[in-house]
Design a protein around this ligand. Sequence first.
Ligand SMILES: [Zn+2]
Ligand SMILES: [Zn+2]
Ligand SMILES: [Zn+2]
Length: 110
Amino acid sequence: MKTLKVYGQVIDNESRCIHYHSTRDIISLKFRCCDKYYPCYKCHDEFEDHPIAVWGRAEFDEHAILCGACKCELTIHEYMNAERCPYCTAEFNPGCATHYHFYFDVKAQD
Ligand SMILES: [Zn+2]
Ligand SMILES: [Zn+2]
Ligand SMILES: [Zn+2]
């Protein structure tokens, strides 16, 4: 199994970071702009000098979410529709939904 590197201010082996580190903050996101996993957009902005490029709707079947508990990759679509990891059943933080717009194109469709 390949090991995916998570960049940023990671503080433990389930990819919590200095910004978000509750029990359920276990996922990392691959950023479309640099093809790197970061635990959150703040980590991205501290390490990169370019703006975040969000994933477009047509790309929601890309594997761009990494579960920090089992290290499995989920598609964006899978992640948005899951309350917990489909592979290891670890719970995700429901509060992350309020941050989708930092990562994904979730503007209402016309
Ligand atoms: Zn980037
Ligand atoms: Zn962070
Ligand atoms: Zn998992």
